[in-house]
Design a protein around this ligand. Structure first.
Ligand SMILES: Nc1ncnc2c1ncn2[C@@H]1O[C@H](COP(=O)(O)OP(=O)(O)OP(=O)(O)O)[C@@H](O)[C@H]1O
Ligand SMILES: [Mg+2]
Length: 223
């Protein structure tokens, strides 16, 4: 089976003094659904940042989509990122743009023709039950609705890998369920590899999953 991610003796740090992830080795196959758990401050977001190429490995090897991120050039990283969808805690919607434009513009930049991009926007906004809000601006939506738009945007270009950092944190059951449905659908139907950081693994999920737990700088595979 193809591996989307292979980490060998991977260490992550923001400075020289404090190592956040210490010599971790793990791999993730194409099409897997993966949960990452761990206490606050354990390094979950740090790990996702490194998988997206936003934090360079301090030591060891990290290969994502066939690209070695240790020492990768900016242009290589940019190319890789086109194939990754992200929903990060601090990666918000552009508030000056309608939700339609927030989802559509990245598609147009990625080379989609207008009609295809428009279809994709309409389809995804229906999935997250926001098609009636298409002309609104992010600040005219609730937090849960904004998060659903962020998830729609992350999936719009059919990425091979989606990285989601607590995508259902602070959401009610209804919004949470829509987000899980989207991730489950992408994984089932498009074989998208899904990596989700969460404090609560949903009990209602209809996919087999892998679970990594981060503790004291180690990444342990639970199941
Ligand atoms: N930009 C940064 N510069 C320096 N240190 C950072 C930075 N971001 C995070 N850290 C430190 O790295 C450690 C891990 O942080 P991280 O954000 O990965 O935790 P987390 O597991 O995602 O926690 P939470 O569940 O609270 O989101 C923390 O000790 C934090 O203080
Ligand atoms: Mg975090």
């Amino acid at each position: 089976m193809d591996k989307v991610i292979v980490a060998q003796e991977l260490s992550l740090a923001y400075s020289n003094s404090e190592i956040i992830i210490n010599k971790a080795s793990f791999s993730i196959n194409s099409g897997e659904f993966v949960f990452i758990t761990g206490a606050s401050g354990s390094g979950k977001s740090t790990l996702l940042k490194s998988l997206f190429g936003a934090l360079k490995p301090k030591q060891g090897s990290l290969v994502v989509g066939g690209v070695e991120l240790h020492g990768a050039s900016r242009s290589k990283l940019n190319l890789l990122r086109r194939h990754i969808g992200i929903v990060f805690q601090d990666y918000k919607l552009v508030k000056e743009w309608t939700i339609e434009k927030n989802i559509m513009l990245p598609l147009l930049i990625n080379g989609y023709v207008n009609s295809v991009a428009q279809n994709q926007v309409d389809k995804l906004l229906k999935h997250v039950r926001l098609n009636h809000q298409i002309g609104k601006y992010p600040l005219e939506l609730s937090g849960g609705e904004q998060q659903r738009v962020a998830m729609a945007r992350a999936l719009a270009h059919n990425p091979i890998l989606i990285l989601a950092d607590e995508p259902t944190g602070n959401l009610d059951d209804y919004s949470s369920q829509l987000i899980w449905n989207l991730l489950e659908g992408a994984n089932n139907q498009l074989k998208t590899t899904v990596i989700v950081v969460t404090h609560h693994i949903p009990k209602t999920l209809n996919v087999a999953y892998k679970h990594f737990h981060i503790e004291y700088g180690s990444i342990n595979e639970i199941c």
